[in-house]
Design a protein around this ligand. Structure first.
Ligand SMILES: [Zn+2]
Length: 149
């Protein structure tokens, strides 16, 4: 049963940014197809077409990740995430988080003295006209003194 669920979840692939934004929007709350088209378009800075949204919504629905409301007369269908849909989106977000972490890793500075990673800020110092990043002022001091010897 457990294995079955995992395979089932893997069937919906988030293969592009439109899909990515669609599920994020649904996590905010119920949306109509029209709202999803408008809001994904706004986020991406280009128009999203209904053909990018409705087949994907259908796939999500078939997997039980969203429910479509039964609209009253003149009302639009609203799509809302089910409990398993929320789980799916949250899993996706943590997976993307890992990917983003890996992607930004090489751009992190490393302390010129001890070599540890400096995520933001840190201690910056110009020594002999060269710009160095350290994790802390103690490493900067040790580095300076090491050079003087
Ligand atoms: Zn250091």
């Amino acid at each position: 049963m457990f294995v079955y669920i995992i395979i089932f979840m893997e069937e919906v692939k988030i293969t592009n940014m439109v899909k990515f934004y669609t599920v994020l929007l649904l996590l905010e709350g119920p949306k109509t197809g029209y709202e999803i088209i408008k809001e994904t378009g706004a986020k991406m800075g280009k128009n999203t077409s209904p053909g990018q949204i409705y087949p994907f919504l259908k796939t999500l629905e078939e997997h039980g990740y969203i429910d479509a409301s039964e609209p009253a007369a003149r009302e639009k269908v609203e799509y809302r995430l089910t409990a398993s849909g929320k789980k799916f989106v949250n899993n996706m977000i943590s997976r993307f988080g890992e990917i983003i972490k890996i992607a930004i890793e090489p751009s992190l500075s490393t302390c010129a003295h001890c070599g540890c990673k400096v995520y933001e800020g840190g201690h910056k110092e110009d020594i002999d006209g060269k710009h160095y990043v350290f994790c802390c002022c103690h490493c900067a001091k040790a580095f300076r003194e090491g050079r003087d010897e």
